[in-house]
Design a protein around this ligand. Structure first.
Ligand code: 1GP
Length: 255
């Protein structure tokens, strides 16, 4: 069976896009998550990402199990720190915050997490994580004590992504931070797409089907949506329809 990464690379080669729903265990009640999970299964979303900058509660484990007991859609941890590891998930974004210059988030947390992860069956998805300034300071830039890449500096973002790929990272995650005022610009996504081959994940402030389509058409392979779906779960249905349309169109182009 193909790994999560192999599947993603294969989809990218076929110009097929993916949709990830981000669930932050602190944000909603279990019944509210159950509704989103049910919609995600009905709409065949590609991934559930789970995590948050801070987890004040202890519902990570419960949420992972809830999804695993409901569906075979992969559950991928998107950890804010090395405490957010759950062996029952399918994979983990093993992030290095390459837009920042804080060694703790470039390598420190990873050193602590590595021996713990070695004892799990989680698929380790080595990911260059890049924060972009999308209008206001986000929790993640505050917590990580890093300066995000300026919104207009697509060339800085491109060089950062290239460096991540050259260092061996298997994916790049371009993030405006949860609930950002605006999404990452189409220009920045397209600039990065031209210079790296690895799958590109884009998230932050994508709160309408149009913004999701913009990100995919600019070169994102995976679009991540959290806040928008927490506020209105029907957004999940609308965005899932869009990705299916895009994928059907590119499949008919190929044939
Ligand atoms: C945050 O990219 C994710 O790290 C999702 O952002 O919650 O704004 O959709 P939103």
């Amino acid at each position: 069976m193909k790994t999560i990464l192999e599947q993603l690379v294969a989809k990218k080669q076929k110009k097929q896009k993916s949709f990830a729903v981000l669930l932050d265990p602190d944000k909603l009640s279990m019944p509210a998550f159950q509704k989103i999970i049910r919609l995600g299964v009905e709409c065949k979303v590609d991934y559930f990402f789970i995590g948050g900058s801070l987890l004040a509660g202890d519902s990570l484990h419960e949420l992972v199990l809830e999804i695993k007991n409901t569906t075979s859609i992969p559950v991928i941890l998107f950890p804010g720190n090395n405490l957010q590891i759950d062996p029952n998930a399918d994979g983990i974004l093993f992030l290095s915050l390459i837009s920042g210059r804080n060694p703790e988030y470039l390598i420190g947390q990873q050193v602590v997490a590595a021996p713990i992860l070695r004892n799990t069956r989680l698929e380790i998805l080595s990911t260059g994580y890049m924060l972009v300034d999308c209008g206001e300071q986000t929790t993640v830039s505050y917590i990580s004590n890093t300066t995000p890449i300026p919104y207009e500096k697509s060339s800085v973002a491109a060089c950062t992504a290239m460096a991540g790929e050259m260092l061996g990272m298997k994916m790049i995650f371009l993030d405006g931070g949860s609930g950002s005022q605006k999404p990452i610009s189409r220009k920045m996504i397209a600039t990065i797409r031209k210079v790296v081959d690895v799958p590109l994940i884009v998230g932050g402030g994508i709160n309408s089907p149009g913004k999701a389509v913009d990100a995919w058409l600019s070169g994102a392979d995976v679009v991540v949506v959290g806040n928008g779906i927490e506020k209105d779960p029907n957004l999940l249905i609308e965005i899932a329809e869009k990705v299916q349309e895009l994928n059907a169109a590119s499949a008919s182009d190929v044939h």
